[in-house]
Design a protein around this ligand. Structure first.
Ligand code: HEC
Length: 99
């Protein structure tokens, strides 16, 4: 982990890594735990689906464009917000919303 953090974004990283996941800022690692904690109190049983599920999140995201992604901007009059995690969610979308 430490070695990989030093070369985030470098293709060379995947040559020395034996893990199948080349994305250090992926949804499962970084976003899902936050969504489970901050969103699924309301959304876990909502018709739209859990906000901690990649498929749900991905359907609400335009990769590379956080300001056009409902998952980041949230609907008008929405009762909750990302708060201090907003920067992380924004960075994930800007990175192409990797799983
Ligand atoms: C306090 C309850 C509550 C929490 C917590 C909450 N939401 Fe919501 N959310 C709602 C409600 C209610 C709606 C429906 C609003 C409407 O349709 O006007 C909604 C709608 C949405 C929508 C519109 C699309 C859809 O699937 O309905 C998105 C996207 C969304 N929420 C994302 C999130 C995210 C991301 C989080 C965590 C940061 C979150 N919500 C946390 C209550 C909540």
């Amino acid at each position: 982990m430490i070695a990989c953090a030093a070369c985030v974004g470098l293709a060379a990283c995947s040559e020395t890594s034996s893990t199948p996941s080349p994305e250090p800022a992926g949804f499962a690692d970084r976003i899902a735990p936050l969504a489970a904690e901050r969103c699924d109190g309301c959304h876990a049983t909502a018709p739209g689906g859990s906000m901690a599920a990649y498929r749900t999140a991905r359907s609400l995201v335009t990769p590379g464009k956080p300001d056009e992604s409902l998952y980041y901007t949230l609907p008008a009059r929405h009762p909750a917000a990302w708060g201090d995690a907003a920067g992380l969610v924004r960075a994930w979308i800007e990175a192409g919303a990797p799983e």
